[in-house]
Design a protein around this ligand. Structure first.
Ligand SMILES: [Zn+2]
Length: 594
């Protein structure tokens, strides 16, 4: 655990062979170097964090190595290799076109290109995010790319190949980097964990790998985050809690309810999930994926398509045996329809509940429906079959006279004491959204249901305040009070969101150009989490600081090495610098740094 920081840097591959998940590509590069068939320009395309820059660096090192190994790798020992490994080689130049994209930046680079290398044979120029270059910068660069000096090799890297001009494309050898497979990421995380003496559950690493979506850098960054949250003991439970992932268990339980045609329990489980603060659209997509995973688990030939850990795999196999194929086909279709309609639905919870009801009735025999299966096909059947007219009439009475039914709709459905046709119960559900118990309201607001079109999640009193606020003058904001407001927002988050809450406390917030607030995060996962909360963040900060021009947004930036790679002792020294009393405290208490 000691000195444990930034695995993505510490475990950055140093040879082609240790690059994960890009075997075909690294073999081709190695062969090209061994055969001396080097192109003058390469284009590395692919998603972020899959090894483009790493491969470019290894490539630069290898072609300059004075004693390459028989396998075509750099020796890591000669003067040139050492210079590379210590990041002091003059034969490699990296330009991040995302931040240096002007003509002047390119001119500077072009001038450097003329100077031949002192040691080694080649100078390698890596231009990252090359699609970000301005058009004029592109044109300035094109000339050099057409007639480069013999010692110069360009490696252009991009996440967006379609934005590269054809004139550039035609001059480059193109390499497409793949997303890295879940299993490859899990294996690598496991090896890092072993080297760091961190205990882990494979299912937990699997969740991290899935969250990273094929990017190793993100996977390692999320891994680091989880390690610090769990004090080096990575369990499945701690990971899903920290990453705000919905436990597989919920999908398994829900599917079992559906297979038993148990509408009530399905709805109650949905309520539980939404009350925990999970996003409804993620939920329905997750449920769709769950059915897909069950489908591939039914057949030994397709089970390889299942990307989960060993324990969960067994659970999938077992449930797949219980779920008939037609059920899975229809269930996938229903989930996909629901996801499609989700954005346009006015009452999103209602849409999802309808879908769950349909799902729970898929395996119900047709003759149980009132039409006996011969009438026009019904997509939703009555939930209960013992419909007595007397009770139905009772239900029709004004809702106000039945507070119990109104407050606990799900419970009454569960006990079956108040049978009602589903169409009414659904409307019931809809009207309840304004008057039901507090939880129901909170979960509906989590769905982002709008009361007024342009203003989601506002109550009428809040809305009044806001309208009022728009007429008053915007107050000037400072870096200091933006930071304070940010912390205030984090502090008021509910306990269920403790993980993101803690993380928000340590994020870097920068006020730029008066009203733009930049929120710095380390990986796409954090960016996504924050973006989901952005409406609330914006509203909170605008109101808190009385400035309605305030515009927070998220940027993904890797923190500078110096900030992150402090050992415990270095951290201590830094703290002492800020507060010299620490030394005395340490002495008085007889503390020792381990
Ligand atoms: Zn070497």
């Amino acid at each position: 655990m000691e000195n444990y920081i930034v695995s993505a840097r510490k475990y950055r591959p140093a040879t082609f062979d240790t690059v994960i998940g890009q075997k075909a590509l690294t073999t081709t590069l190695k062969n090209a170097i061994a055969d001396g068939k080097l192109a003058q320009a390469y284009l590395f395309c692919g998603p972020r964090g899959v090894g483009k820059t790493t491969c470019a660096r290894i490539f630069a090192k290898t072609i300059n190595c004075l004693n390459p190994t028989p396998e075509g790798e750099a020796c890591n020992e000669c003067e040139s290799c050492q210079a590379f490994n210590e990041q002091r080689s003059f034969n490699i130049h990296e330009l991040d076109a995302a931040s240096n994209n002007s003509v002047d930046d390119i001119r500077q680079l072009v001038e450097q290109v003329r100077i031949p290398p002192q040691i080694g044979k080649y100078k390698v120029y890596i231009i990252d995010e090359v699609h970000m270059l301005s058009t004029s910068a592109f044109n300035a660069f094109l000339k050099t790319l057409e007639e480069p000096p013999r010692h110069a090799i360009f490696i252009l890297a991009t996440t967006e190949k379609q934005k590269i001009l054809p004139t550039i494309l035609s001059r480059c050898q193109i390499y497409d980097f793949n997303r890295i497979g879940i299993q490859d990421i899990v294996d690598h995380l496991a090896s890092v964990a072993q080297k760091e003496g961190i205990s882990y559950e494979l299912d937990a690493l699997n969740v991290i790998a899935q969250k990273a979506d094929g990017g190793m850098r993100d996977a390692l960054s999320i891994f680091d985050q989880v390690v610090s949250f769990t004090q080096g003991n990575i369990t499945y439970q701690s990971v899903i809690e920290n990453l705000n992932v919905l436990d597989y268990e919920y999908y398994f339980r829900l599917t079992d309810h559906m297979l038993h045609n148990d509408v009530s329990s399905s709805l109650l489980l949905l309520n539980e999930i939404l009350n925990k603060g999970f996003d409804a659209s993620n939920f329905i997509n997750g449920l769709g994926s769950h059915f897909r995973d069950l489908l591939v688990s039914k057949d030994a030939a397709t089970i390889t398509l299942l990307e989960v850990g060993a324990n969960i795999r067994e659970q999938y196999k077992a449930q797949a045996q219980r779920a008939p194929l037609p059920f899975l086909y229809k269930a996938m279709k229903l989930c996909s329809d629901c996801a499609l309609n989700y954005r346009n639905a006015r009452n999103k919870r209602f849409l999802i509940e309808c879908t769950l009801i349909q799902l729970a009735q898929l395996t119900q025999p047709d003759d149980e429906s009132p039409s006996g299966g011969h009438g026009p096909q019904q997509t939703i059947k009555p939930i209960f079959n013992n419909n007595s007219p007397a009770v139905a009439a009772e239900v029709q009475q004004p809702v106000a006279r039945q507070p119990q039914v109104q407050a606990e709709p799900a419970k009454s459905v569960q006990h079956g004491s108040q049978p009602q046709p589903i169409s009414r119960s659904a409307m019931h559900q809809q009207t309840q959204s304004t008057s039901a118990k507090p939880q129901a309201i909170s979960s509906i607001s989590q769905l982002g249901v709008s009361i007024k079109k342009s203003q989601p999640i506002t109550t009428s009193s809040e809305k009044g305040q806001e309208e009022h606020a728009q007429h008053i003058e915007n107050k000037p904001v400072t870096q200091e009070n933006v930071e304070r407001s940010w912390r205030k927002f984090a502090e008021q988050l509910p306990h269920e969101q403790v993980a993101i809450k803690n993380r928000m406390q340590s994020m870097r917030i920068t006020l730029i150009e008066g009203t733009q607030v930049e929120i710095c995060v380390e990986n796409e996962l954090n960016a996504k989490q924050l973006n989901e909360m952005m409406v609330d963040i914006r509203r909170f900060m605008q109101k808190d600081l009385q400035n309605f021009l305030l515009e927070p947004h998220v940027v993904i930036k890797e923190l500078p090495l110096s900030v992150k790679s402090l050992s415990r002792f270095e951290q201590y020294k830094k703290m002492v610098k800020k507060n010299p009393w620490l030394t005395q405290l340490r002495d008085n208490l007889g503390l020792e740094l381990s």
